[in-house]
Design a protein around this ligand. Structure first.
Ligand code: NAI
Ligand code: MG
Length: 356
């Protein structure tokens, strides 16, 4: 298989963790006989410095001509005082919107060797393997009117039926590929958009007789996600609920450094990035944990290229390196060895390709 990937290293530790992920991608290509053509472009602070624009046209053009995007992270103190249009995160919002990446996938999977990093009891966290599917381009973050009034303020939650249908369909497809279980989260006892959401799920359910569906209210899920996270497989919800629940779910495994994400749309195109930010205080030291970005590459292989075996091999290798007792500084623990970003990446690569 031959694929074109646009690489956007970004700021802070972004370039370091992306370099690691690209090395792993190349080794997977070699082992499974795929060719990945990489093109590099700028986004965020790096793009502001070079082009006075957090998402330059040439970056968009390169992405348009690619099969997928790999992104590090953006932002840092250098740009914190910039006006809104020249803020690094503007580049992120614009790229998601430009490519209509309406489905944000955030898997949360416990690594057995990292369980002591979780704030939850071992027996609660150990079987967690869930995926939050968050609607990313609609809802209250984009709804109009949005304004200050004489004595208050207004935000508006808007969803068209088509917007709900496409994200729900996406979640059903994922549930079918995973455990066959879908939890739809809403606030249908209060919100009209939630009643629409629930109706759409009920309608779509007929096309997926192999998927078991439950409807849950968001406040109840907020509790159950930490008391019984093992209950969940695929969780689908609207933008704001998903924003909050996905951050809540991300603490289950206890390590920001191992959480990947994908932002996709109906076709195979997608943007893949770690959940964490640019960690400016450790940038340039070679100590960042590259696991989240490496696992984001695994998501790219699976969701954009349909390469399931290759994706599983990356996940296996990452898990095996943890099991062997190798960690980056953020996960340093008794009995383990602390490696630099590059040394830890070497371990993953050796795990994948034993012919070196
Ligand atoms: P952050 O995720 O960058 O860092 C939070 C904490 O986790 C820090 O202590 C950091 O050192 C640590 N950390 C994060 N990733 C790590 C890794 N791979 N290895 C080792 N340690 C890691 O979030 P923070 O500090 O709130 O934001 C820093 C900058 O990143 C800000 O400019 C923020 O705007 C930006 N940011 C960008 C995001 C993105 O590009 N998607 C997401 C979140 C924040
Ligand atoms: Mg958030």
């Amino acid at each position: 298989m031959e694929k074109k990937i646009t690489v956007l290293p970004g700021d802070g530790i972004g370039p370091e963790v992306v370099a690691s992920a690209v090395r792993v991608l190349q080794v997977i290509g070699k082992r499974f006989n795929h060719t990945f053509h990489l093109g590099y472009a700028t986004i965020g602070g790096a793009a502001i410095d070079q082009h006075n624009n957090p998402l330059p046209d040439e970056t968009i053009d390169m992405c348009e001509n690619s099969d997928a995007i790999l992104l590090g992270a953006v932002g840092g103190p250098k740009w914190d005082q910039n006006p809104p249009e020249l803020r690094p995160e503007k580049g992120l919002l614009r790229i998601r919107k430009h490519f209509d990446l309406f489905a944000n996938l955030r898997p949360v999977k416990a690594f057995p060797s990292l369980l002591d990093a979780s704030p939850l009891k071992r027996e609660v966290a150990e079987n967690v393997d869930l995926m939050i599917v968050r609607e990313l381009t609609g809802g209250v973050y984009f709804g109009e009117p949005r304004m200050r009034t004489e004595n208050g303020a207004i935000d508006t939650t808007v969803y068209s039926k088509a917007e709900v249908e496409r994200i729900v369909e996406n979640a059903f497809e994922l549930a079918r590929l995973r455990g066959g279980k879908l939890c739809s989260v809403d606030k249908a006892n209060v919100l009209e958009t939630s009643r629409l959401w629930r109706e759409v799920v009920e309608e779509k359910k007929k096309d997926y007789p192999d998927v078991r569906v439950e409807h849950n209210l968001v406040d109840s899920v907020a509790m159950k996600l930490i008391t019984n996270p093992g209950h969940y497989d695929v969780v689908v919800t609207e933008n704001m609920f998903g924003d909050i629940l996905s951050d809540e779910a991300s603490v289950i495994t206890g390590s920001l450094g191992v959480l990947p994400s994908a932002s996709i749309r109906g076709d195979n195109f997608g943007l893949y990035e770690p959940v964490h930010g640019s960690a400016p205080e450790i940038a340039g030291q070679g100590v960042a944990n590259p696991a989240a970005t490496i696992l984001s590459v695994a998501m790219m292989l699976q969701y954009s290229f349909g390469l399931k075996e290759e994706a599983a091999e990356i996940e296996r290798a990452v898990s095996a390196v943890f099991d062997d007792g190798y960690f980056t500084a953020d996960l340093a623990r008794d009995g383990g060895r602390t490696l630099s970003t590059n040394e830890w990446t070497d371990k993953v690569i050796n795990e994948i390709d034993t012919s070196f």
